[in-house]
Design a protein around this ligand. Structure first.
Ligand code: F6P
Length: 543
């Protein structure tokens, strides 16, 4: 077996294969019957988040073997390296220091100073917009802010702004435009007044096609409303590490908020990329979000591996991926305001872990990142939960809920939580053929009908899930929840020995797009392009 297989890397691999066989003979329901303390034993709380992972195929032996992998992967030191600013992004020789952005005591170095200065600049800007001091070209205060950005410059602030809807109290409406499809921008601008609309052009590189096109179109919209070019600075600010490009676009130096190459786009909502959050929910709530994340950072760096929440979540995902061949994982927030969480986690997790070579550049012969998907509960119950309960694929689930309601409709919140609990219970317990038959007989069906129908009603059960419970969806707990998943992703990257902080895979499509766009204009395709691409260019470019 070549060196780079996981079986060669981890000495307890065969032990885990044996544990997998054990779980083929023993169901989760049986494990709960055997151990009345199981739920308590496999639950823990960190940074205001309660995790119940007892509905997974783990026990003392399985966890011990999984933890030994974490030790062999030197996860403890890898966590220290991340937080110490070692170049964990080895293909770009960069650290990944998103933890500094929310640290409650900034390090006394250049990075700490620049983060502190950026936070101060943000606070001053937010206060000036909220107080009405910041005015548009016709001297009216700002009523609407449009964030133009994509990927990490969009998904984080979009998700958090929606999640903190209950904390919005500043009268400024925040909108998000990402897609290069002009309908996104036009539909957003249709209801807005250019005199009172401020744009944040959010792009770490300031070279992203979608953001560039939307920003130029927005600029034309502002100018067409009568804004003199010299007054554009009242309507445009940028967040970028490419100061020159932002200035070339026409954004005043004072209106540019910094980004740094030591923070990845998908880990950047804690920086000035979070401006839309601060504008929507206030700087105090943005700081509370950062505080919550810092609490999870402390837990991550201090808790022993066996009681470290991000580590445990990563080991459980690793277990199902490598030993149970799980292809995907469902993220099911039973909280309407977390509706954007699955989309946000898709970038965080899949852009970080969708890798085919290890840190040394050797093609891996094992599975890496899983496919993440999901939607807000209870909507999924009336759609894809059928596959979760009776389909042939194993899909581990994360249920996420808040104990307190996010609306004044308390009664409905109990229904929501009851649905959440009943889904994880149904996945675990299932329904046997005997139970199905009994139910049908109780409804008065005869033997022949029962025999025909009962197999369709069988639900295998024994399907795994985690439940993450917050007291309420406050800025602090949301910050902790996001940091939890960030760190889980990092732990998985260490276990798989891959780089979580680069994303070369998204580049090829961008490169090819730059050749296809002119071909669509000229109608001429190079001879060596494949027939399908040439056909599509012709069809789509046609008048
Ligand atoms: O295309 C992927 C990506 O590079 C993401 O990693 C990033 O978050 C997004 O594009 C946006 O990049 P930027 O902030 O530089 O516009």
């Amino acid at each position: 077996m070549p060196e780079h297989t996981l079986a060669a890397r981890y000495s307890n691999w065969t032990v885990l294969r044996e544990r997998r066989k054990f779980w083929e003979q023993h169901s989760l329901s049986e494990a709960f019957r055997r151990d009345p303390e199981r739920a308590r034993r496999y639950s823990l709380t960190a940074a205001g988040i309660f995790l119940d992972y007892s509905k997974n195929h783990v026990d003392a032996e399985t966890l011990q073997a999984l933890l030994s992998l974490a030790q062999e992967a030197d996860l403890g030191n890898a966590i220290a390296d991340l937080q110490a600013g070692k170049p964990v992004n080895n293909t770009e020789q960069r650290p990944a220091l998103h933890t500094i952005l929310r640290s409650q005591s900034q390090p006394a170095d250049d990075r700490g100073a620049t983060v502190a200065a950026a936070l101060e600049k943000m606070a001053a800007f937010v206060s000036s917009v909220h107080s009405g001091k910041w005015r548009g070209f016709s001297d009216k205060p700002i009523s609407d802010v449009v964030n133009i950005g994509i990927g990490g410059s969009d998904l984080g602030p979009r998700m958090v702004t929606r999640a903190l809807r209950g904390y919005l109290n500043n009268g400024v409406q925040v909108h998000f435009v990402a897609n290069v499809d002009g309908a996104d921008l036009c539909d957003t601008l249709a209801a807005l007044n250019p005199e009172t609309t401020l744009f944040i052009v959010a792009s770490k590189s300031f070279s992203t096609l979608e953001t560039r096109e939307n920003a130029f179109s927005a600029r034309r919209w502002t100018l067409a409303s009568g804004c003199p070019e010299a007054e554009l600075q009242r309507h445009y600010v940028a967040v970028s590490s490419n100061i020159d490009a932002a200035q070339r676009f026409g954004i005043a130096a004072d209106n540019i908020f910094p980004m740094w190459d030591w923070v990845g786009g998908r880990y950047s909502l804690w920086s000035a990329i979070g401006l839309p959050i601060a504008l929507a929910a206030g700087m105090e709530n943005f700081n509370a979000l950062r505080r919550g994340a810092a609490n999870m950072d402390t837990h991550f760096s201090e808790a022993p591996l066996e009681s470290n929440m991000p580590v445990l979540l990563a080991l459980i995902t690793f277990w199902y991926s490598e030993f149970w061949q799980a292809q995907s994982q469902a993220i099911l927030p039973y909280a309407q305001r977390l509706a954007q969480l699955p989309a946000y986690l898709q970038q965080l997790d899949m852009e970080s872990l969708g890798k085919g070579v290890d840190r040394e550049g050797i093609a891996v012969d094992y599975q890496t990142g899983l496919i993440l998907w999901g939607t807000e509960g209870t909507n999924g119950q009336h759609s894809f939960h059928q596959l979760l309960h009776q389909g042939t694929r194993l899909v581990p689930v994360d249920f996420i809920a808040s104990r307190q309601p996010m609306s004044e409709l308390d009664g409905q919140h109990r229904h929501l939580l009851a649905c959440c609990i009943s889904q994880s219970q149904a996945l675990l317990a299932g329904k046997s053929l005997a139970q199905a038959g009994q139910e049908l007989r109780a409804k008065g069906l005869g033997d022949a009908e029962v025999a025909a129908l009962a197999p369709h009603k069988v639900i295998p059960g024994n399907r795994p899930s985690n439940t993450l419970l917050m007291e309420n969806l406050s800025p602090e707990t949301l910050g902790a929840l996001i940091a939890l998943y960030e760190h889980k992703v990092y732990c998985l990257s260490v276990l798989w020995n891959i780089n979580a902080f680069d994303q070369w895979g998204v580049e090829l499509g961008k490169q090819l797009g730059t050749a296809i766009h002119p071909a669509m204009q000229s109608g001429e395709c190079p001879e060596d392009w494949d027939g399908s691409t040439r056909q599509l260019v012709k069809l789509m470019a046609g008048d």
